[in-house]
Design a protein around this ligand. Structure first.
Ligand code: GLN
Length: 234
């Protein structure tokens, strides 16, 4: 392989609901086609995350119990994760991971868990309800349509400088009322989609990998990688 990317799988042993680890398999699948090898490392509790060590990061979803633990530990990684994000580091965050990148998450039992506030959203609790089911959204900027499965109780409201990953075509999305789903900030992609998201929406895997390659190898030409055809899964 001509290129190499170091990938941090944040809390991969705790934040891994609904097959989110499949996103790593999908990243590997597309990376191979792009002549890129991935070195994936799980970065979990009491382990260092150094912004300079990684080219790409993935943060999956989790149950409220795991989120309680991760919410505490991630405060020790807040400065470096914020540095990674602000320096255009590509990151994919799903569901519970998405929630903890924002200001706070209120769990099903009403407990308020701090996030790291690297992104400007916050997440409230639903009253004895979850959003569960298939979801389809459309990204207005790229025209791409994304398919997934959502299962969350949290209601997320986007903040400053965040654009939605897409507008809800069918399903509930961030909060069931403003028609947004997920978030994009710099090279950070957030979503409530399981499925896992990258196996069903290869375009997002491509955006993440190309962003990581351009950032790590600024003098190389990745137009071929950016033109990689993504098979339609439906
Ligand atoms: N525990 C969170 C919620 O219920 C996140 C769920 C998830 O990651 N699937 O909203």
């Amino acid at each position: 392989m001509s290129y190499e990317l170091n990938v941090a799988h944040l809390y991969g042993d705790l934040m891994n609901t609904y097959g989110d680890v499949g996103n790593i398999l999908a990243l590997n699948y597309y990376a191979k086609q792009m002549d890129v090898s991935l070195n994936v490392k799980v970065v979990s509790l009491e382990e260092d995350f150094k912004s300079a060590d990684y080219d790409l990061a993935f943060f999956g979803g989790g149950q409220d119990f795991e989120q309680t633990i991760v919410s505490q530990d991630i405060q020790t990684k807040k400065a470096e994760l914020t540095k990674f994000i602000e320096s255009d580091g590509p990151l994919l965050a799903i569901c519970g991971g998405f929630q903890l990148l924002g200001h706070y998450y209120i769990g099903a039992d009403g407990e308020k868990l701090p996030g790291i506030g690297a992104l400007d959203h916050y997440t409230l609790a639903q009253d004895h309800n979850r959003f569960i089911g298939n979801i389809v959204i459309k990204n207005q900027e790229t025209g791409e349509t994304y398919h997934g499965f959502e299962n969350h109780q949290g209601l997320t409201y986007l903040g400053k400088d965040e654009r939605p990953l897409g507008n809800v075509v069918s399903g509930k999305g961030n909060n069931g009322e403003d028609g947004t789903e997920g978030a994009i900030y710099k090279n950070v992609y957030c979503s409530y989609f399981h499925g896992p998201i990258l196996t069903r929406n290869g375009d997002i895997a491509k955006h993440l990998l190309v962003a990581a390659l351009q950032r790590k190898y600024p003098d190389a030409d990745f137009s071929q990688q950016a033109a990689l055809p993504i098979p339609a899964t439906f």
